[in-house]
Design a protein around this ligand. Structure first.
Ligand SMILES: [Fe+2]
Ligand SMILES: [Fe+2]
Length: 178
């Protein structure tokens, strides 16, 4: 197991926790007011800027010297783009005065599939090819990207300066919605 890939696996756990909570809320008679906007903020900040940022701006670059791995990285990158189009469809629906819920469910199902593909297959293969030196450099680069995202959206509350992005109270508030 590599420390760098473990950072991403931990984020997958956090994302799946939020998606499971979303699915539970979908079974309730009605979504809590304001929930979808909060969920979309999690998608924009935690998933896209932070998590996909680490994958696209750091991890995928490590596969350049391994042609069979760079094919996987390209596939995952294309899936990120597809996911962004699905999120755009949610925003467009909301712009038309609709809830955007059917579009959001489509995105959530798509993301679950993407994460499973990374966890079960592609990360394992990348991990086997990663040199230790490269692993350390990745951990540092991930930390830089994470700090950038935390600062840009002012995510850390007082006393949380040393916490990882997964452990910030901001996401607990999202999970507490019922
Ligand atoms: Fe990904
Ligand atoms: Fe991922």
């Amino acid at each position: 197991m590599s420390e760098a890939l473990d950072v991403l696996r931990e984020e997958h756990r956090r994302i799946l926790e939020v998606l499971d909570h979303f699915d539970r809320l979908c079974r309730a008679p009605e979504m809590p007011a304001g929930y979808i906007d909060e969920f979309l903020a999690f998608v924009e900040i935690f998933i896209d800027a932070n998590h996909h940022g680490k994958e696209e701006r750091a991890l995928f670059g490590t596969t350049d010297e391994h042609p069979w791995l760079s094919g996987f990285a390209l596939l995952l990158s294309e899936q990120h783009t597809e996911g962004r189009l699905l999120v755009r469809a949610v925003r467009c629906a909301r712009g038309r005065g609709e809830s955007g819920l059917p579009e959001l469910k489509a995105f959530v199902a798509f993301l679950r599939d993407h994460i499973a593909r990374e966890n079960d297959a592609i990360f394992v293969t990348i991990e086997q090819a990663l040199e230790e030196e490269c692993n350390r450099a990745l951990v540092e680069r991930f930390a830089e990207i994470e700090s950038e995202v935390i600062a840009r959206w002012k995510l850390a509350e007082p006393g949380e300066e040393r916490r990882s992005i997964c452990d910030l109270r901001r996401w607990n508030a999202l999970l507490a919605r019922a």
